[in-house]
Design a protein around this ligand. Structure first.
Ligand SMILES: [Zn+2]
Length: 317
């Protein structure tokens, strides 16, 4: 029995059992890696992404997020599935794009424009600082003995959690202090360039907003959130020469990372039509346009990913 035939059977069984009403789903990725990395344990390599798309194509009808959000209909007997990437990593262009082209699929890229301008976002600055400080004292980070005995990647994860819910201003000040002590004056470019964003858009992929500094909306003042949304939208629209109408919330949990009474309306006022969270679940006719679920099945095996995708899509957020 061929693997693709097997995946088709698994997908049909999972859809029948877990997602009988055929709700749609949206996957989110961050990176497509050259080789596996402890710092990005959930992200596929190029080969894994290639295999995963083969399996997903067999199980679901893969469409753009815009088409999915506006129709939410089962197509050809299969539920709709959308593919998205968050943050704007450069390997979305170098590694993911060729695989998407090979499979004839379109994705949406949600970009935090500070990364485009500076070449790196705060979380990767942490990884670079920890790397530069290998063998040095962890007293630098000011977190007591919290990092004792941890691996380099575990230290990075701890520090990311530690800084994640701070206001941008405070977080940047702390990282600047580390850079000064470590003598770091520049970083390698990890994020998409303006030119690469333009090519993605011209290839028919959607570009979406993700705030300028990748801020958690519930952490910043309303005025700062407004500025973050419009600055990001203006920069990306200027690059691609067309309007944005898709947004995804940084970090993205609707109960902790945004205020559902304030921010969806703010996004509508800014001109967005659809906004995506990171709350597991499928998308149906009843789903709120500004609080659409997305998910990331934490499975390394493509067949299990397809199975668990069908299962999560059947859940009502
Ligand atoms: Zn993000």
């Amino acid at each position: 029995m061929s693997l693709l035939f097997l995946s088709s059977l698994i997908g049909k069984a999972a859809t029948f059992k877990f997602n009988p009403s055929g709700r749609s789903g949206v996957l989110y990725f961050h990176r497509v890696l050259d080789k596996p990395s402890d710092n990005y344990p959930d992200d596929p390599t190029i080969d894994e992404f290639d295999e995963l798309l083969s399996v997903l194509k067999n199980t679901f009808t893969i469409v753009s997020l815009k088409e999915l959000a506006s129709t939410r209909q089962v197509s050809g007997g299969k539920p709709l599935l959308g593919i998205s990437f968050d943050d704007g990593y450069r390997d979305n262009f170098t590694n993911a794009l060729p695989v998407l082209i090979k499979h004839g699929l379109k994705a949406t890229f949600f970009i935090a424009s500070q990364g485009t301008e500076e070449g790196i976002l705060w979380q990767d600055k942490i990884i670079e600082c920890v790397r530069a400080n290998a063998g040095g004292s962890d007293a630098l980070y000011g977190v007591g003995g919290a990092l004792d005995g941890l691996s380099e990647s575990a230290k990075c994860r701890y520090l990311m959690e530690y800084l994640k819910r701070m206001k941008v201003f405070s977080r940047n000040a702390i990282i600047k202090g580390w850079e000064k002590t470590l003598g770091i004056s520049s970083y390698p470019r990890l994020m998409l360039t303006r030119e690469e964003i333009k090519v993605l858009s011209n290839e028919g992929h959607d570009i979406g907003g993700h705030t300028h500094n990748h801020v958690i909306l519930s952490v910043e003042s309303q005025q700062d959130v407004k500025n973050e949304i419009t600055r990001n939208k203006d920069i990306l629209e200027e690059i691609i020469g067309r309007k944005l109408d898709l947004f995804c919330y940084p970090n993205g949990h609707p109960s902790f990372d945004l205020d559902a009474d304030i921010h969806p309306e703010m996004l509508r006022e800014a001109g967005y039509s659809y906004a995506f969270t990171t709350l597991d679940g499928g998308i149906g006719k009843d789903s709120d346009d500004m609080l659409l679920s997305r998910f990331l099945p934490h499975r390394r095996n493509s067949h299990l990913r397809a199975w668990s995708s069908a299962k999560i899509m059947g859940e009502v957020a």
